[in-house]
Unconditional design. Sequence first.
Length: 264
Amino acid sequence: MALDFTSMKKLAEGKTKVIYENPADPKTVYMVFKDDITAGDGAKHDVIRGKAAVDWRTNRDIYEYLNRRGVKTHYLSSPEEKVSLVRRLDFKINLEVVSRRVAAGSILKWGKAAEGDRFDPPVTQFHYKDDPLHDPMLDDAYVEFIIKNKQGGEWYAEMRERNTQILLVLEEAFAAFGLQLVDMKLEYGLIGEEVFVIDEITGGSFRLWPYRKPKPDLNKPNVLSELDPSGRLDKDTYRMGGALEQVQSKFERIAEITGKFSQL
């Protein structure tokens, strides 16, 4: 029997998902995907029919893979299409944590990196979630100060370590399909005193670039010659003005790939 969300309390609604209470278990909630897509901190907004189901598949397959690899996440199951059952948070940490393997996107504007520069080890940065301020980044020196001197600093240390771990785990997984995980953005929350990865992990959470050749040399200081940004499989297609049909096709390709993570 399909879940009846009309009889459930809506706890929150964001740009791409709605969160409902679970009357049968107060320790869990339902995360329901929407067909909406946004960019520019919500300034750009469209609806792509069928996107919710595609994102749900990608999210399910990535989280199940991470759970198998021992990563502490909020994800429990996917009881029906477009719906995930997740642990209910005690506290949502109002940060976006970004880990980068290859320089792309906003870091090219404010950093000293050139597109394709490879970070080894990956760099991880914290951004305060605030759309009007465009999610400003916390200074690395201040993050170090928080970790060493402030209550809750251990959460920052754990998020940084966890984000890097997930980047490396998923980089390895996507590499099996000839794709480079360029960077990724994750969110976190507390259940009790434990830190959990939360929210969705979909085509809007990361950048994926295909290999330009079967056996690329990915140990160069700059790997742009080894990768093919023009074949990107991520939300940059939407950010750059691509047709909605093209965006959906890219997301469907991601879902096809993550659907094979169960074989890894």
